[in-house]
Design a protein around this ligand. Structure first.
Ligand code: MLT
Length: 319
């Protein structure tokens, strides 16, 4: 009898997955609305939604470097109707949070990578520095006064801040937000002094002159901003940080549903509209081979292994 019931449930599950998706899909963004991850997710949601012929709804769950939203996704039903889009922050939080309420490497199914997003060092408009060298001198002379905005321990902006401070051997007051969307509002308003943030959130502010920019965090200049020098070429030798982004789901999504999600992601990263929009935002869509579960799983493992010793060396813990 039990076997018959189990077989029935499996058959029903498979039938349901065949018709997947029959209702809107929720994508959790573990950061505030209006920020870089939210912007990327909105561009992806419209492309994937088109491929799946279904609406994709974004739920912003910011705070604690993204771990609140990540946990919400880890605990969600594994039916293909709740996804998570997040980034390098997935790999840094295991080292920073001793009591994470989820298992980063075992609680998720992987859909695939989405895009690599460079970061930029920016400061409020009133900053009295015309270039990076002047900014560095100014920052070091005022290190007890200057504030560095970020999206909390474990976020990409936090990680960039830690790497920048260790590279220039100066510490600044960290001001955490639920995301760099609200942090950018305060930077433009002059309430905080500087930040390192993803191009998906900085390019428009720089182009409209709302903030000053002093360098790109990648080892090579951006094709979208060829005149903007890298931090590496301006003296921070070896400074190389790019924010990878991936789509995750709670572990246990029925295979047919997961396969449809992977196919939709692959159609999105190849779509000219998606690629053109990301180019405007200074971001790089991944090649098809990276828009796969295997590629994202391998990247996450490698990144956890890479960042854990670096972060542990700082001796900073979030809890
Ligand atoms: C955001 O969308 O706010 C960012 O991804 C936050 C960060 O990690 O810096």
């Amino acid at each position: 009898m039990a076997l018959a019931v189990a077989a029935l449930v499996c058959a029903w599950g498979a039938a349901m997955a065949q018709d997947y998706p029959v209702k809107p899909i929720n994508i959790i963004v573990p950061a505030a609305a209006g920020g870089p991850t939210d912007t990327l997710t909105r561009v992806l949601a419209s492309a994937m939604g088109e491929a799946l012929k279904q609406q994709m709804i974004i739920e912003n769950v910011g705070g604690a470097g993204g771990t609140i939203g990540i946990n919400r996704a880890a605990k969600a039903r594994a039916d293909g109707y709740t996804l998570l889009l997040y980034h390098i922050g997935m790999a840094t939080s295991p080292a920073l949070y001793r009591k994470l309420p989820y298992d980063t490497l075992n609680d998720f199914d992987y859909v695939g990578q989405v895009a690599d997003v460079p970061m930029m060092l920016i400061a409020k408009k009133a900053t009295p520095s015309a270039n990076f060298a002047e900014f560095l001198a100014y920052a070091k002379a005022n290190k007890d006064k200057l504030t560095y905005a970020n999206a909390g321990l474990g976020s990409a902006s936090y990680l960039c801040g830690v790497l920048f401070m260790s590279a220039v051997d100066a510490n600044f007051t960290m001001v955490p937000y639920k995301g760099t969307g609200p942090a950018m509002n305060d930077l433009v308003g002059g309430q905080v002094d500087f930040m390192c943030d993803q191009t998906t959130n900085t390019v428009s502010q720089i182009k409209s002159g709302n903030v000053k920019a002093y360098g790109v965090t990648t080892s090579a200049r951006l094709s979208s901003m060829p005149d903007m020098p890298t931090l590496d070429e301006q003296g921070l030798k070896g400074f190389d940080l790019v924010v990878w982004n991936g789509v995750f789901a709670p572990k246990g999504v029925p295979k047919p549903a997961l396969e449809k999600l992977v196919a939709a992601l692959q159609s999105a990263v190849q779509s000219s509209a998606f690629r053109a929009r990301l180019a405007d935002l200074g971001a790089e869509p991944v090649p098809l081979a990276k828009a796969t579960p295997g590629s994202l799983g391998a990247l996450l493992k490698a990144e956890v292994d890479k960042w854990t010793p670096i972060i542990r060396k700082t001796g900073v813990y979030a809890d």
